[in-house]
Design a protein around this ligand. Structure first.
Ligand code: 13P
Length: 250
């Protein structure tokens, strides 16, 4: 049985103390215990947030990126061992905002993924097409090609530590959400491609998340699709009631 997951990508929002307050508010609200909760704040917040989490809080900590290197002359970069030592369990890699603003290539994301897995982090690997590609009609090929280049080189034990997040770029922060059919079509294609490469068993145990303007008012319809196992959430993850409501949307 694969896991249902709600992961919050806070992006570059909130001061550390505001992040701590947000997590405290999430902890106070009732969540189903069969849904995995993950919060991914800025690097600067990880330590303070780790301090307020314990076994009872049932919230996992993730970061939003990491370097391909372990240490060295890489000003401004953060390494996987640093994240691990701060208590992060997950890292988001390949987010479209990093592809667009930091020029990250599939090749770089592949190297980051290998390094993060090597240091025992679980990876939330993001993929998704732009609006132009959606309109041109080759969106499935595009997304499958991203996945193939970045993660299909992994070994079986490694791929099982990957969660894929399908985030159509045209839906991120725009209020334009993919229809349940659009999400299901892509998620099914992704799962089939994982099955072709790694076998049905691994494909069926992989959680595939949807991201892009997902909020309590549209999540139920999206999450009810057979191949959608939850969401990677931006804006709505900054509001405790909305973030928790998403856990009740399966
Ligand atoms: P929004 O939910 O704000 O559209 O962001 C989605 C996202 O990019 C999560 O990684």
């Amino acid at each position: 049985m694969r896991k249902n997951i709600v992961a919050g990508n806070w992006k570059m929002n909130l001061l550390p103390e505001e992040g701590v307050d947000l997590v405290k508010s999430i902890i106070e609200l009732d969540r189903p215990n069969d849904v995995v909760s993950i919060v991914c704040p800025s690097f600067t917040h990880l330590h303070a947030i780790r301090e307020v989490l314990n076994d009872q809080s049932q919230i996992h900590l993730g970061a939003q990126d990491c370097s391909t290197h372990d240490s060295g002359a890489y000003t401004g970069q953060i390494s996987a061992p640093m994240l691990k030592s701060l208590g992060a369990e997950y890292v988001i890699l390949g987010h479209s905002e990093r592809r667009a603003y930091q020029g990250e290539s599939d090749e770089l994301i592949r190297e980051k993924t290998i390094n993060a897995l090597h240091h025992d982090l679980q990876v939330i690997y993001c993929c998704g097409e732009t609006e132009d590609i959606r309109i041109a009609g080759n969106y499935i090929e595009h997304v499958l090609s991203q996945i193939k280049k970045a993660i299909f080189n992994l070994e079986e034990t490694q791929i099982q530590r990957i969660t894929i997040a399908y985030e159509p770029v045209w839906a991120i922060g725009t209020g334009k959400v993919a229809t349940p059919d659009q999400a299901q079509e892509m998620h099914a294609a992704i799962r089939k491609s994982v099955a072709n490469h790694y076998g049905e068993k691994i494909a069926n145990s992989m959680s595939i998340l949807y991201g892009g303007s997902c909020k309590p008012s549209n999540a139920k319809e999206i999450f009810s699709n057979p191949d959608v196992d939850g969401g990677l959430i931006g804006g709505a993850a900054l509001k405790p009631a909305d973030f928790v409501a998403l856990h009740h949307s399966f």
